[in-house]
Write a protein that binds this ligand. Structure first.
Ligand code: PLP
Length: 394
């Protein structure tokens, strides 16, 4: 998903990639810390608690830095909850559309907050959860609600759309359903500014306000683009402060994308070029296997030094190295003709990329690296190979 990047072309262009292996994700610790400082400032001024949503960004080699600024993480699966517990620490929150009995037993050893998607899920797991509490685990449970007010334009990313399976709507909720629950959770935003949160909160209070006084916490989910340069943080702080004053209840936010927005690049090499109706270049990266949101969202990632088609003298269709016909990143123009071995740098590639890569076609997943802004060193922390492919099959 693209947005204004704090690690813009200038800063990213200064990272020395001349000897870097490709394909490789490189996250800049300076840009990440700048985002974390913004979030910590909001946390402090608004008196809320901010968690990292691992679904969007789970590069755990950065967690020593994340830990300094955020209170913990939220997870959408048992595996994410375990990563949060083992690699990040702090508060571990969890939500999923449904939990099996086995998953719940495992989650109870990991999570501090568990959000259920429906009253039926709460009824199903309540006894197991209460049993774990008797064993000494402090676990606070909540219900995800759906106020059905839409702020997201892309249906794929809109939890509040018609026939949504995410969250309990007001007509499906009775006061008795909330017996034993401590919190209400809403997540209906995606890549939006704080004016969207203002409207979403109004819808939440209209639909579910009667239940807020009995709650120990509320969680406003993710989708807040807090670290984007044009994000209205003053409004966010005011909305959260006012909400707390109105309802006297602690607030959690759990952004994923905003933590890693503009903090990383994907470095790729040109493998081949030829002409078939237009100039075509094959890269050692792939839209479908390495940056699937390019096809799913869809969006056009920014490449340093490249322009729109025909803006510069040499226009190419950039394609991946899988056999999927539609594995095309887009058409871009360049000052010089591309040649095998040229490196291309895709901007804003830290979030919703590493967590979504696949071994489709058996292609290697990009290596994962950190860039230290002080020493200017790039450290490759993970390389993938044949066994990563083999071991996900049998
Ligand atoms: C995806 C998700 C988030 C994070 O959303 P971003 O758009 O990455 O900020 C937070 N909470 C829940 C429940 C989610 O599904």
């Amino acid at each position: 998903m693209s947005a204004g990047a704090s690690l813009g072309a200038e800063v990213a262009g200064a990272i020395d990639i001349s000897t870097l292996e490709t394909p490789c994700f490189v996250t800049d610790l300076g840009a990440l810390e700048a985002n974390l400082k913004i979030l910590a400032d909001v946390q402090q001024r608004a008196g809320c608690t901010i968690l990292l949503a691992l679904k969007g960004f789970a590069q755990w080699s950065t967690f020593p830095l994340v830990r300094k600024y955020l209170a913990g993480a939220t997870s959408s699966s048992v595996a994410e909850a375990r990563l949060a517990r083992e690699e990040l620490g702090g508060e571990v929150h969890a939500y999923a559309p449904a939990y099996s009995d086995g998953e719940m037993r495992e989650l109870l050893t990991l999570a501090d907050h568990i959000v259920l998607n429906s009253p039926a899920q709460w009824r199903r797991h309540r006894k197991t959860i209460e049993h774990a509490r008797l064993g000494g685990r402090h676990i606070s449970c909540g219900l995800r609600v759906n106020h059905e007010h839409q702020e997201v334009e892309v249906a794929l990313y809109d939890p509040a759309g018609p026939c949504s399976r995410l969250g309990t709507t007001r007509t499906n909720l009775t006061a008795e359903d909330l017996d034993g629950l401590d919190g209400l959770h809403l997540h209906t935003l995606c890549q939006v500014n704080s004016d969207a949160l203002e409207r979403a909160l109004a819808a939440f209070e209209t639909r579910f306000g009667e239940f807020i006084p009995r709650m120990k916490w509320v969680n406003f989910g993710g989708g807040h683009h807090i670290t984007r340069p044009d994000y209205d943080r003053e409004l966010l702080v005011r909305l959260l402060t006012d909400f707390r004053a109105r309802w006297n209840v602690p607030i959690y936010l759990e952004p994923g994308e905003a933590v890693a927005l503009g903090t990383g690049i994907l470095v790729s090499s040109v493998m081949d070029t030829f002409h078939n109706g237009m100039d075509i270049a094959i890269l050692d990266t792939s839209a479908t296997a390495h940056m699937p949101d390019v096809l799913e969202m869809p969006y056009r990632p920014v490449i340093i030094g490249a322009g729109a088609p025909d803006e510069k003298p040499h226009t190419y269709r950039l394609g991946g190295m899988t056999c999927l016909a539609g594995d095309v990143i887009g058409d871009y123009s360049f000052d010089r003709p591309l040649a095998a071995g040229d490196k291309l740098v895709f901007l804003d590639m830290a979030h919703y990329t590493m967590v979504k890569t696949s071994n489709f076609n058996g292609v290697r997943m990009p290596s994962i690296a950190l860039h230290d802004p002080v020493t200017k060193q790039i450290t490759v922390t993970r390389r993938f190979g044949y066994h990563d492919y083999r071991d996900r099959l049998s």
